[in-house]
Ligand binder design. Structure first.
Ligand code: HEC
Ligand code: HEC
Length: 210
């Protein structure tokens, strides 16, 4: 009994010393064999890996993950000649059956990791003004709205938001005729007239993280 108490005390002390956010081990999902390789690029608990340009996926909504995996699989994403990074993801989604895509979406949305640190610097006040329009679809707290197919924007890395906004603007993403949601988003990037506007709006979105 005494040993057991000692063990618990040690475990608590170690958790406090490590200073890392604590996620109860038994609540973290374990991927099935066919999904274990997602973490080779997206990191442990899909926390993201900027070196591989693979975004944080932890906690993303399952309906949006499913949409994106289907989008890659159908070739709406990851086929444009300028989309070198998307081309790395495409074969991963193409290898999944529709049922596996469902399972992947459930697994990804159940993963947990600390929110990523902000890396983008822009004018937050100008970004806030720009975001009023974005909020019509993404919600004023960037919480996302499935009715519009618009994802939550606060769980993903800020550098990834910048890349995707540039991709939409240049037509690397959202120009395939089948990609209705992508095209709607693409039209919205007209508002972002230059790179500075992209940095401004993304730095405002970072302030909405909880
Ligand atoms: C070879 C590396 C690699 C592997 C393995 C990989 N991914 Fe990716 N994934 C990427 C990259 C890189 C991107 C970013 C693509 C872009 O910039 O458009 C991405 C993007 C995504 C996105 C889009 C996120 C968004 O916000 O739009 C989803 C969802 C995703 N991956 C899920 C998965 C799942 C599920 C698996 C396992 C079945 C997986 N990935 C395996 C590299 C990988
Ligand atoms: C008309 C509705 C609409 C408006 C307005 C809108 N978006 Fe979107 N946005 C979407 C949809 C739909 C998607 C998902 C596209 C897809 O399925 O590929 C999206 C996707 C995104 C993504 C990609 C996220 C990811 O994880 O890959 C970013 C970043 C984004 N929007 C930012 C913005 C910003 C910033 C604005 C304002 C300048 C904005 N959106 C305005 C509908 C909209």
């Amino acid at each position: 009994m005494q040993n057991q108490i000692r063990c618990w005390l040690l475990a608590i002390i170690l958790l406090c010393v490590s200073g890392a956010p604590v996620f109860a081990e038994n609540e973290l999902p374990i991927p099935t064999d066919d999904l274990a390789y997602c973490s080779t690029c997206h990191g442990v608990q899909l926390m993201g890996n900027p070196i591989l340009k693979a975004p944080r996926l932890s906690g993303m909504e399952s309906w949006y993950i499913e949409n994106q995996l289907q989008s890659f699989k159908k070739g709406w994403r990851g086929t444009h000649e300028g989309d070198v990074v998307g081309m790395e993801m495409r074969p991963m989604a193409a290898a999944l059956s529709d049922e596996q895509i469902n399972q992947a979406a459930e697994y990804v949305s159940a993963t947990r990791s600390a929110l990523p640190a902000s890396s983008v610097v822009g004018d937050i006040d100008k970004g806030k003004v720009l975001f009023t329009t974005c909020g019509a679809c993404h919600g004023q707290s960037a919480e996302g709205d499935p009715a519009f197919g618009s994802p939550m924007l606060t769980t993903v890395d800020d550098w990834y938001l910048v890349t995707q906004l540039k991709n939409f603007k240049s037509g690397i993403r959202g120009s395939h005729p089948g990609d209705i949601y992508g095209m709607q988003m693409r039209a919205s990037t007209q508002l972002l007239t230059d790179e500075q506007a992209i940095m401004d709006v993304v730095s405002y979105i970072s302030t909405l993280r909880k």
